[in-house]
Structures are given as structure tokens and as C-alpha cells.
Design a protein around this ligand. Structure first.
Ligand SMILES: [Zn+2]
Ligand SMILES: [Zn+2]
Length: 436
């Protein structure tokens, strides 16, 4: 522990900006209103039944209601903070303090400035976000450097609150359904829960919502925690995978490609400081919701620099594998979920639906392919660069080797032409990847 870490340099860093949107504008959005209404609905219904199930006249009843209200407060409070603080935007037209470092950084065209290390441009926020993880519609903002801990706290307290709500509502429902039985055979100490058709519907609805929310958010929370332990986020995990992939030598690589790989050297993810330190980077203390660092310069492991990651991102664009390819479609594809069934169950089951829509293509068309996952290719027509989507690799002239671990179509291609540099720039921008 402690050894082999180069602390973040004290170079001048821009202050993270909150952005142009006012608090009201940010909170008054479908996603935020929906999240807020769900929390209040589960909270109100469960409190209503908690008071009947365990009246506050007993110490345990008081404790039960108060802790439940505390989860409500912490969930809403952290949701509000995550939404308000945002990821911390990189100021527009930002330049590194040292002019020489400009060539080691990516340039953002919409922001007309350089991207600070670990930042990405979000097309929904229309700003570059520090240490961007993803754009979250429920907080109507990006999750990144400044609100990462608030977001994790929001997930955690949502899950705890929903589980508590399920317990309250479940017992209440049980006692309400068996009220008659208890009246006859009980010992008179059982809670009496009065239920009307309306409160019954509300109770069932609250149980359903609380179960759904706790299941979905537990999954998300665990995913997030795994990233935090590795000091990585969703986008960085993706780029890291590409960095590893770029260094793999394939049989069909030409000499130029092999030479390129040789020059790259071994890849080391620069921000993994060991799990204890990684956790401390996000969770400073239980009272401090912020995360450590200025959002621009980061502690890195020995042998890496502030620009190790950004340089590799630039190299990925130069690499043949990172480049977009022009491919020919050999068979019609209707672009609907069901229509991919005819290419086999495997393809059908592995539809990358969460990562974007399907693209309708017809035989004979040429498509600019930018990336792929097992069995599927992502691309667009040259005439419609904004209309991007997925289609099965089986209908293209690309080879599919059937290896589900193949993260890049390019590893399984043999001879395909490459498109010009300019196109690569915008087709591979990371904002494409993680925009939900
Ligand atoms: Zn930007
Ligand atoms: Zn965003």
C-alpha cells in the first residue's frame, strides 16, 4: 500500500462548473419528477401503514417510523444533491497550462477546448463532464466527478429504503388480509390494519414499485461499487478494454500493424491505486458527500503520467482496429427486434438494445461500421451520419468467428477498407458509447 503512487500534480486546474441550467430547470424534468414521485409515493404509503402496523406509542414503533423517514430524507436529499451538483463541467475553451501537453489531450469540438483527463463530452448536457460515468435521466444530469458519491449514496439509501418499505408493506398486507382470523383466534395484541379498496390498491402498488426499484438499483449499485473499487467507470472500462485489445497481435495483421503494436508497449491502467485507496478517493468521510481531487489532475500508479490514458485514447483512433470501416450489406435487415431471429437464437438473444437502436439496411448498401459486439455491428450510412444503429454481422461481408469475447468487429475482419481520418474522429467519440 502507498508505494508506487504518484500523487496528482498541483498544476492549475479549472474549477468545476455547475452549468447554465438553473436548479428549477434541472429538477423540473420528466425523469427527476418521476423519480421524486416514486420515492414520495412509496414513502407516504409505507409511512401510513407503518403507523398502523407498529404505532409510535411503543419505542420500537417510534424507532421503525423514524428510521424509515430517515431513509426517505436521505434518498431525496442525495437525489437532489446529485442532480444539483452534477459531474462538474469542464469550462469551455479550456487549455492545459503547458502548451506542449495539448497534443497529448483530446480536443472537443462542441466545447471548443481540450478535454481534461478522464472527462468526456455529453451530448445531452452539451458540455464536457469531469470523470464522466453516464448521463442519468433520473437526475437529469451526468454522473461524474463531483456527484459520484451523492449518486452512490442515492442508490444505497433507495435500496435500503425500498427493502424497509417492502417489510412494512408486506407485514401490513398480511395483517390486513388475516384481520378476521386474528380477531377470532388472536391474543388481542396483533396490529389492527384497516384497509379500504383505495388503500389496498395503494399498498399493492407500493409493494410492486419498492420491489422493482430495490432489484434494479441493487444491480446498479453493485456494478457501480465494482467500478469504484477499480477506480474506473463505465466509459473507462470500455476504453481500457479497447487499449488491451489494440495490443493483441492477430494472425492476419500486416507488418505495419505488428510494428504499430510493438511500439505501443505494455498497457497499464493508470488510475487503479489499490482498492482501499480507490474507495477513499470517492468516500472521503460519512459527512462529506464530495469526492477527492480537483477533477482534472489525478493520482496515478508509478510508470504512468497524467496523460497515459488520453494518449492511449488518441492512439486507439490511429490504430487500424480503432478506425471505422466501410462494409457492404449482403442481405436485407428490417431493423426490428424480432427480425433478427432468422439469424439464429444466439444473435437474437444478444441484441445490444441498451446500447442503441437497430438500423434498417438493405442488400447492396455500404455502411460505415464503427464498432461491434458479438454478432452485431454498429454503424451508419455516409449520407446520414446521425442515424446510427445495430445490425447483425451475418448480413455483412465481415467474418464472425463466433467468439463471444470478441469485443471489436475489427479483430474478426480480414480485408476491409478503412475510411478517412476525419470520419474516425466523430464516429469514435466516447459520448457515443455511454449515452442512455
Ligand atoms: Zn465537450
Ligand atoms: Zn449529461
Amino acid at each position: 500500500m502507498g508505494c508506487g503512487i504518484t500523487e496528482a500534480p498541483d498544476w492549475p486546474a479549472p474549477s468545476a462548473e455547475v452549468g447554465e441550467k438553473t436548479v428549477f430547470k434541472r429538477m423540473f424534468h420528466f425523469g427527476t419528477i418521476f423519480a421524486f414521485s416514486t420515492i414520495t409515493m412509496i414513502g407516504a404509503v409505507s409511512t401510513f401503514f407503518a403507523l398502523q402496523w407498529m404505532p409510535v406509542t411503543s419505542p420500537i414503533g417510534l424507532f421503525n417510523t423514524l428510521t424509515f423517514l430517515l431513509w426517505n430524507y436521505l434518498t431525496i436529499g442525495n437525489l437532489f444533491n446529485a442532480s444539483y451538483f452534477g459531474p462538474g463541467y469542464v469550462p469551455r475553451e479550456w487549455k492545459p497550462p503547458n502548451k506542449d501537453d495539448e497534443r497529448k489531450l483530446q480536443f472537443c469540438v462542441p466545447c471548443n477546448g481540450f478535454k481534461v483527463p478522464r472527462s468526456h463530452h455529453c451530448s445531452k448536457c452539451n458540455r464536457c463532464c469531469m470523470k464522466m460515468d453516464h448521463h442519468c435521466p433520473w437526475i437529469n444530469n451526468c454522473v461524474g466527478h463531483r456527484n459520484h458519491q451523492y449518486f452512490l449514496r442515492f442508490l444505497f439509501f433507495s435500496v435500503v429504503g425500498c427493502i424497509h418499505a417492502c417489510i412494512i408493506d408486506g407485514f401490513s398486507l398480511y395483517h390486513a388480509l388475516f384481520a378476521g382470523w386474528y380477531q377470532r383466534y388472536g391474543d388481542g395484541t396483533e396490529p389492527i390494519i384497516l384497509i379500504t379498496p383505495y388503500s389496498f390498491i395503494a399498498l399493492i402498488f407500493a409493494i410492486a414499485m419498492a420491489t422493482a426499484v430495490s432489484l434494479a438499483l441493487t444491480f446498479l449499485f453493485i456494478t457501480q461499487l465494482r467500478y469504484v473499487i477499480r477506480n474506473r467507470n463505465g466509459i473507462e472500462d470500455y476504453i481500457h478494454g479497447k487499449s488491451l485489445n489494440m495490443r493483441k497481435v492477430n494472425e492476419d495483421d500486416d507488418e505495419e500493424e505488428k510494428e504499430f503494436i510493438e511500439k505501443l508497449g505494455e498497457w497499464k491502467y493508470p488510475y487503479d491505486l489499490g482498492w482501499k485507496r480507490n474507495l477513499r478517493e470517492i468516500f472521503i468521510s460519512i459527512f462529506d458527500g464530495r469526492t477527492r481531487g480537483n477533477g482534472t489532475w489525478w493520482p496515478v500508479v508509478e510508470g504512468c503520467t497524467q496523460f497515459t490514458f488520453t494518449i492511449d485514447q488518441l492512439l486507439q483512433k490511429q490504430s487500424k482496429r480503432g478506425r471505422a470501416r466501410i462494409i457492404t450489406i449482403g442481405q436485407d435487415f428490417e431493423g426490428t427486434c424480432g427480425s433478427s431471429r432468422k439469424f439464429g437464437w444466439k444473435i437474437w438473444m444478444k441484441q445490444p438494445i441498451i446500447d442503441g437502436k437497430c438500423l434498417k439496411v438493405s442488400a447492396g448498401e455500404t455502411i460505415v461500421a464503427t464498432r461491434g459486439v458479438s454478432g452485431w455491428v454498429y454503424g451508419f450510412r455516409e449520407s446520414e451520419p446521425r442515424n446510427k444503429g445495430w445490425f447483425p454481422i451475418a448480413i455483412t461481408n465481415l467474418k464472425y468467428n463466433g467468439d463471444p469475447k470478441t469485443e471489436d468487429t475489427n479483430t474478426s475482419t480480414t480485408t476491409t477498407t478503412t475510411s478517412d481520418e476525419g470520419k474516425t474522429e466523430d464516429t469514435l467519440s466516447s459520448e457515443e458509447k455511454k449515452d442512455q
